[in-house]
Write a new protein. Structure first.
Length: 139
């Protein structure tokens, strides 16, 4: 009887440990909500890279505080390009200055919709990183 009790106790303890491990902070993302890093076809700005460069040049406003302090450099912005080409959650992943960071985010948020990334011909969400350059011209 004692052996049966011990065996039952260990079986119960083992089943509790299995149950506890199955929900240890794992979040399951449904496949249609996945954000890809590697795709068959990269997202594209309308008109291509040259048009993106023109868009940035036309819309960027070099912060006066940075001009006065002579601050220059590249801000790297990561965002998610959605299945419909819209931009979601742009964040700075490499900073130069707080004011340059804010301007880079502002410009990215004003971007028109992109052509989305594709996997097997189907639009998917994708992480995309863009460098935004802030350099003062010499006159």
């Amino acid at each position: 009887m004692y052996k049966a009790f011990i065996l039952l106790f260990f079986a119960f303890a083992y089943s509790i440990s299995i149950k506890a491990q199955s929900s240890a902070g794992i979040v399951v993302i449904p496949p249609n909500d996945s954000v890809y890093s590697v795709v068959d076809s990269m997202p594209r700005f309308p008109g291509g890279n040259d048009q993106f460069t023109l868009f940035i040049a036309k819309n960027i406003r070099y912060p006066l505080s940075c001009r006065l302090r002579g601050i220059q450099g590249r801000v790297f912005v990561q965002m998610i390009i959605e299945k419909d080409g819209s931009i979601l959650n742009p964040i700075v992943i490499r900073s130069v200055d707080k004011d340059l960071d804010l301007e880079a985010i502002r410009v990215i948020k004003t971007s028109p919709k992109w052509a989305p990334a594709l996997v097997a011909g189907t639009p998917v969400r994708m992480y995309y990183t863009i460098p935004i350059s802030f350099y003062m011209s010499v006159r």
